[in-house]
Design a binder for this molecule. Structure first.
Ligand code: PMP
Length: 338
């Protein structure tokens, strides 16, 4: 018999899939590491389990304890799955720009979810940073996971995602491109790959409204770079400890509209049903195409599943309301002309 002892043993070892139509303008081989195959349908299961295991080992998370986290959904899902197996409770604090599907799924897994306004400063007592900190101080026998600064996040990707990418490409990977939020994925994978081969280029995908690109290029934390944006999961208005700027070769920004349009393209052209940050990541790969030579092997990581975005970029009305649906408008105009 061949079975996992529990669902946590199915985390990791996700497939690598060649992209075809969507990258036809790129000469290099472009491979996608599709993280939706994890039990919580995102890459975050890896770091959630690692953060819990490290907290248990350090005596910070005790039997029957409560896990508190400010999470955009995917980390919460990973934490909730592990908590259910290990006997912990969860309270998650989430910003109200996140999709309703994400909140419903966290509640389905038994977590308590507190929703906070998106459009307030991180220092504001209503922000999801402030509320999660307060709850962690007030809740007895609790542990605050703190994914932004908890370096177990980066370690998870150094120990699992990085080695998988190296093995699946037979050590031939030349570029790694990935969306950056807490920074755990890019820093852990990037550190592992650069130790194997310092020539491998590590590119972070950022959003307009986020501080990463400017900070990486100038060392200046520019408040003017910060404004609200639609893209979920990537970009920040803070500098998380998990972003290791030294191992990152460059950041590329992708617009909200392009991220949304390319998320739809991935589903329709490649049959890969993934989330908003995957659309941004693949558009970033296309924007970077002059950096790639024909023999290069470019790996792009897709963080989470498309089902969480059916009410957003996969919904025509949502797209139309934001002026993101040009292509369909052109098709309609052509039909009228003919
Ligand atoms: N995409 C999605 C959908 C995410 O949830 C996250 C995590 N915030 C990221 C990308 C960025 O990953 P990381 O936090 O490891 O930088």
């Amino acid at each position: 018999m061949n079975f996992a002892k529990n669902i946590l043993e199915t985390i990791g070892n996700t497939p690598m899939v060649k992209l075809n139509k969507i990258v036809e303008d790129i000469d290099a081989l472009v491979l996608a590491k599709v993280e939706t195959f994890n039990p919580g349908n995102s890459v975050k299961d890896r770091m959630a389990l690692k953060m819990i295991e490290d907290a248990e080992a350090a005596g910070l998370l005790k039997p029957g304890g409560t896990i508190i986290e400010g999470t955009s959904g995917n980390t919460g899902m990973g934490l909730a799955i592990a908590a259910n197996i290990k006997g912990y409770k969860c309270i998650f604090v989430i910003a109200d720009k996140q999709s309703k599907e994400k909140i419903d799924i966290l509640r389905a897994l038994g977590a308590e979810v507190v929703v906070c306004p998106t459009h307030v400063e991180p220092q504001d007592p209503r922000s999801y940073y402030s509320v999660s900190k307060r709850l962690s101080e007030e809740t007895p026998n609790s542990w605050y996971a703190l994914q932004y600064d908890n370096l177990s996040n980066t370690a998870a990707h150094y120990e699992s995602t990085g080695p998988e990418i190296w093995e699946q490409t037979d050590g031939k990977v030349t570029h790694f491109v990935v969306g950056v939020g807490t920074g755990g994925t890019i820093s852990g994978v990037g550190k592992f790959l650069k130790e194997k081969n310092p020539e491998i280029k590590i590119w972070g995908i950022d959003t307009y409204g986020s501080v990463f690109k400017k900070y990486h290029e100038t060392g200046i934390f520019d408040q003017n770079e910060i404004y609200s944006y639609i893209t979920e999961g990537i970009g920040e208005d803070i500098l998380p400890k998990n972003v290791d700027f030294d191992i990152i070769d460059g950041f590329e920004k992708v617009t909200d509209k392009d991220g949304a349009v390319y998320t739809r393209k991935l589903a329709r052209e490649e049959g890969i049903f993934v989330g908003n940050s995957a659309g941004s990541a693949i558009k970033g790969v296309l924007q970077l195409k002059e950096h790639f030579k024909p023999d290069d092997v470019v790996v792009v990581l897709f963080h989470d599943h498309g089902s969480r975005y059916v009410g957003k970029m996969f919904n025509d009305d949502w797209m139309r309301e934001r002026g993101f649906l040009d292509e369909n408008i052109t098709i309609a105009a052509d039909l009228i002309k003919n």
